[in-house]
Design a protein around this ligand. Structure first.
Ligand code: KG4
Ligand code: ZN
Length: 335
């Protein structure tokens, strides 16, 4: 069975065709980075307009690349939250129109669930239960996955998301947008021990995160001691502070949940230092860490098609009255 999947929650317009859950027949991502770069971050109104301009072209292109016709589509899947409401609405409207016109079911997918399911595309043999560290521009969650549709949050950020901290610190250092990859690159030339930034909640015994204090500490350092340290040292020390906490809490979550497998998902999962540390510490912790391929970490529609397949198997369909839910929580459905 073939699912046509649409993702427009932020600044990437993405369309994919996924067969039987795992076979990606087409996976197109059109990035808006150039349009937002001059503003130093995503401008919601511009994001919506850009999605609108390109979505129909991408749909036609995805179907052509998959070497099918619209008549071969068995279900239409779409991200309905969380994300920017105007951006989400473009995808949701397109998906509803297609589902109605083709007479096929509509499947509503939580964006974060999509990120986690990207792991099934990379590892079709993946077995439950597992813990997944979801680290994106808007979220930092430790999720225990017991079965399809049975996910529990073990810990989450109480303020900024990890990706948001990367983006804000990059802006402080004048590295532009998107900040995560820029910090990742610059940090390679810096000394991660140069500055000791705060690590919130480490050793507190809870699995929540907080990155706003760290962001403020970096801001103060740049303002007061900007001359003393190189941008590369600041980037490397900041990155180490984030990664120390992510790695420590992720392994704690695995231990507490009594599982053996740790997965990663979301844009920050592409961070080279995070990946290096998880891989290095996995053997001593007796944990199997699976490092999601880079192209599946950041936003795409194949992951939405994969997550949708398991909803299709449960006949969990959304009504055509489906709306965008910008503050949708993981594990929750609102349709
Ligand atoms: O999952 P994603 O593509 O979109 C959201 O759902 O938010 O994540 C985007 C976030 C941005 O904050 C970006 O700076 C960050 O992921 N990111 C990285 C790296 N690549 C992307 N952060 C750190 N290191 C990277 N290599
Ligand atoms: Zn995302």
């Amino acid at each position: 069975m073939k699912i046509l999947a649409i993702e427009t929650s932020c600044d990437e317009t993405a369309v994919a065709v996924v067969e039987d859950g795992y076979r990606v027949l087409a996976n197109l991502v059109s990035s808006q980075v150039e349009a937002h770069k001059v503003f130093g971050g995503v401008v919601p109104e511009i994001a919506s307009r850009k999605h609108l301009e390109i979505i129909n072209h991408l749909l036609a292109e995805a179907v052509a690349q998959a070497e099918i016709t619209f008549a071969d589509v068995d279900a239409v899947a779409v991200t309905y939250g969380p994300g920017l409401v105007g951006a989400l609405l473009v995808g949701v409207s397109a998906a509803k129109a297609l589902a109605l016109a083709l007479g096929v079911p509509l499947i509503a997918v939580n964006h974060l669930m999509g990120h986690i399911y990207a792991n099934f595309l990379a590892y079709p043999e993946l077995k439950f239960p597992f813990v997944c560290l979801v680290v994106s521009g808007g979220h930092t969650d430790l999720v225990l996955a017991r079965d399809h549709g049975d996910f529990a949050i073990l810990g989450r950020t109480r303020d900024d998301a990890a990706g948001e901290a990367f983006d804000k610190v990059a802006r402080l250092l004048g590295l532009g947008y998107p900040g995560g990859p820029a910090i990742d690159n610059l940090a390679r030339q810096g000394n991660p021990e140069a500055i000791v930034f705060p690590r919130a909640f480490l050793g507190d015994g809870n699995l929540d995160f907080s990155f706003s204090g760290l962001k403020t500490a970096v801001m103060n350092c740049v303002r007061r001691e900007g001359e003393k340290f190189s941008p590369a040292d600041i980037a490397a020390s900041f990155q180490k502070a984030v990664v120390d906490v992510l790695v420590e809490k992720a392994f704690q979550a695995v231990e507490r949940a009594g599982v053996k497998t740790l997965l990663i998902a979301g844009g920050v999962a592409a961070n080279s230092y995070l990946r290096q540390r998880l891989a290095a510490e996995a053997p001593e912790k007796g944990v199997e860490v699976k490092l999601l391929p880079l192209e599946l970490c950041t936003d795409n529609a194949a992951m939405i098609g994969c997550a949708a397949y398991f909803k299709y198997c449960r006949q969990d369909f959304a009504p055509l009255s489906l709306n965008a839910v910008p503050d949708l929580v993981l594990g929750e459905e609102r349709y």
